[in-house]
Design a protein around this ligand. Structure first.
Ligand SMILES: [Zn+2]
Length: 211
């Protein structure tokens, strides 16, 4: 959430499920805004449709431009961008490609193997981008894992979630990533086909904590 200096407008981003792929999203929403009814998180007033902007998205095979729809609160001026769940505000690449790259890294693939196996040559991203993703993943994994663990516990899961942490003495970032993977497989027992876990998980995390 950011306030624009000199005005009272507040900008927010909300991740929602708008279809299972980027192509499906384009088919449905290229020319029509999604029919979602949202209330303002600041004042509770019903939001109104408020135009769109375009952003580029890199999928496994191509770069696309997609519309991002906005809604507006007539009462307090808050503007909300409705991002499809396969995106996060800070990355151009779709979430399931980033997840696939990070899962391969956990399995011991080299950066080069990851680059060649997760995207076609026409959209290949750089090793530097991969390392930036990895850094973010390591920074955010612990808070995502803690949130999952507490949600599972609240939902009545009675297994020893902390006991699943792989290394109790001198744990490193890789141990936290492994723990997060284990929690995700409990949290979403059926892995969504081709979509991975993160797109689903991100809709349940605050924007600053999204993977
Ligand atoms: Zn409002």
């Amino acid at each position: 959430m950011a306030r624009n200096p000199g005005s009272i407008t507040t900008y927010m981003i909300k991740l929602l499920h708008f279809g299972r792929s980027c192509k499906a999203y384009l088919r449905l929403y290229m020319d029509h805004p999604p029919d979602v009814l949202l209330d303002c998180e600041d004042c509770g007033c019903r939001l109104h449709k408020h135009g769109r902007y375009y952003r580029s998205v890199t999928t496994k095979r191509e770069m696309l431009r997609i519309p991002i729809y906005r809604q507006y609160c007539p009462d307090c001026g808050t503007t909300v961008s409705l991002l499809p769940d396969f995106l996060v505000p800070w990355a151009r690449c779709v979430t399931w490609v980033r997840e696939a790259a990070m899962v391969r890294r956990q399995k011991g693939f080299t950066w080069r193997q990851i680059l060649t196996s997760t995207a076609s040559p026409s959209v290949r991203y750089s090793r530097r981008t991969l390392k930036r993703w990895r850094k973010r993943y390591e920074q955010k994994a612990a808070s995502a894992a803690m949130r999952l663990a507490s949600q599972l516990t609240r939902a009545g899961y009675d297994g020893d979630l902390l006991g699943m942490y792989p290394e109790k003495i001198n744990p490193g970032p890789a141990d936290t990533l492994n723990w997060l993977q284990k929690l995700l497989s409990i949290y979403c027992p059926v892995k969504p086909w081709r979509r991975g876990y993160w797109a689903f998980l991100n809709t349940r995390l605050p924007v600053a904590e999204q993977l």
